[in-house]
Design a binder for this molecule. Structure first.
Ligand code: AMP
Length: 426
């Protein structure tokens, strides 16, 4: 099947061609015809499946037949995080390239003025996080009675983040006769119940089981001795050939600590978590996307839905408390047919959470101790000494050598049979 088979207008086909999508993804094949026919959709799909395109492309096709009026948007897309909302808005801009539809992004952390002025000029689509949309509605800046299309993206995350009361509030303000598209990475009983109140006779679409992990991801759990966690992570970062990586932490305070620690060790890092101002969050993402930073250190909430092209590595500084977050985190790599590596650092106290992950993915995870990881990595000696010569990366090279001395010497001894020099010196 090709995009042309959906009967899309030439402008959209040209923009899709410019983006470089050659054929529709599974979810696009299943969702686009239903949406164009006016059906409600209950979609179970993760990010990375082409889910955003599956609703943006047909919505643009439908909206193209009408005109926008001041403060009366015709469609509304709700996303749980600012970052996801930004990505949806970016997809809209790409597909809308040869058309003149107007869209406004209503997210918190940025001034109201620009958003107000766009709304007053008239928009066809609002992409919003629930809190900021309600702020605008309460201030009388958005009239909801002309909204004919509602999209709820990542409903399961909305539930986790406590946004469902806001969604219910917003739903009550919308016309009953409308088309609703409801997407979630999981379809639990709770999520289905929320969907029931919003959808009418939906077409149900399920893409890829959430518990399945792409075969392109090589995932390893590395056992650390807790007090050496940062040091162990730094060792792994030196051994691996990293193009770009995301490191996930369970706590925002650890995001900051790790960012400072790796920066002090001359890694080019940026951070992303919910306590940072919107401008800092955007700056971090920009630097990471344009490759001026090679490592993004993030919390789950902030990193939800982020799509970085060709990400080579994901590191879990902690085992996530929620097993689904593990699948979601490591799914940032190994996308679009590329290979990816995922490393999860754990210690003895993490057994319960590892068990929950194994239950979800229905298989045992690969575990190795940090010492065995270094030993089994035959190139580590050579790589580490190369890295030690690289002044741009390693400021305290002597310190790093010292940290790794026991294993390094064990390796030398094992391979050469010679007693290492330092044991002969008094
Ligand atoms: P999403 O599931 O919306 O997060 O999309 C994940 C990635 O898939 C994004 O980088 C999109 O640019 C890409 N994508 C979406 N549709 C297609 C397509 N038809 N062909 C190739 N890549 C796509």
């Amino acid at each position: 099947m090709k995009f042309v088979d959906f009967g899309l207008c030439n402008e959209i086909l040209s923009s899709i061609n410019d983006i470089g999508y050659t054929k529709p993804t599974e979810i696009q094949k299943k969702a686009i015809p239903g949406i164009l026919m006016g059906r409600d959709i209950l979609g179970c799909a993760q990010t990375g499946t082409g889910k955003t395109g599956s609703f943006i492309i047909p919505l643009i096709e439908i909206l193209n037949c009408g005109i926008s009026k001041s403060r009366m948007p015709r469609s509304l897309i709700l996303a749980p995080t600012r970052e996801l909302a930004i990505q949806i808005a970016e997809e809209f801009n790409k597909v809308n390239k040869y058309l003149k539809l107007q869209m406004v992004l209503l997210i918190g952390g940025v001034p109201f003025t620009e958003q107000d002025s766009q709304l007053s000029k008239g928009v066809d689509m609002v992409v919003a996080t629930p809190g900021r949309l309600l702020d605008h509605i309460e201030r009388g800046k958005v009239l909801t009675k002309y909204i004919k299309f509602l999209v709820i993206d990542e409903a399961d995350r909305m539930l986790d983040m406590g946004f469902i009361p806001d969604i219910i509030k917003i739903n009550k303000l919308l016309p009953k006769i409308r088309q609703t598209l409801f997407f979630s990475a999981t379809l639990s009983h709770g999520i289905r119940n929320i969907g029931k109140d919003l959808l009418i006779n939906p077409k149900e679409i399920t893409i890829d089981n959430y518990s399945s992990i792409s075969g392109n991801i090589d995932s390893i759990f590395i056992q650390s001795k807790n007090k050496n966690k940062m040091n162990d992570l730094r060792t792994i970062l030196h051994i691996e050939t990293i193009n770009n990586a995301i490191i996930f932490c369970n706590k925002k305070s650890d995001v900051n600590k790790l960012n400072n620690y790796l920066k002090a060790n001359n890694f080019k890092t940026v951070s992303l978590h919910g306590n940072l101002s919107q401008s800092l969050r955007l700056e971090s993402l920009k630097k990471f996307k344009n490759r001026s930073a090679e490592i993004l250190i993030a919390s789950d909430v902030a990193a939800r839905g982020i799509d970085i092209e060709g990400l080579t590595h994901v590191f879990n500084f902690d085992v996530p408390n929620n097993p689904e977050d593990y699948v979601h985190r490591i799914g940032r790599t190994g996308r679009a047919g590329n290979k990816g590596k995922a490393y999860t650092i754990f210690n003895k106290n993490d057994e319960k959470n590892i068990f929950l992950i194994e239950k979800l993915i229905k298989k045992k995870v690969n575990k190795i101790t940090i010492d065995n990881y270094i030993i089994s990595n035959k190139l580590s000696n050579q790589k580490l000494s190369n890295l030690n010569n690289d002044n741009n990366k390693i400021k305290h090279k002597n310190k790093i050598k010292l940290d790794l001395l026991p294993v390094e010497n064990y390796l030398n001894f094992k391979e050469s049979g010679k007693i290492p020099n330092f044991l002969n010196t008094k």
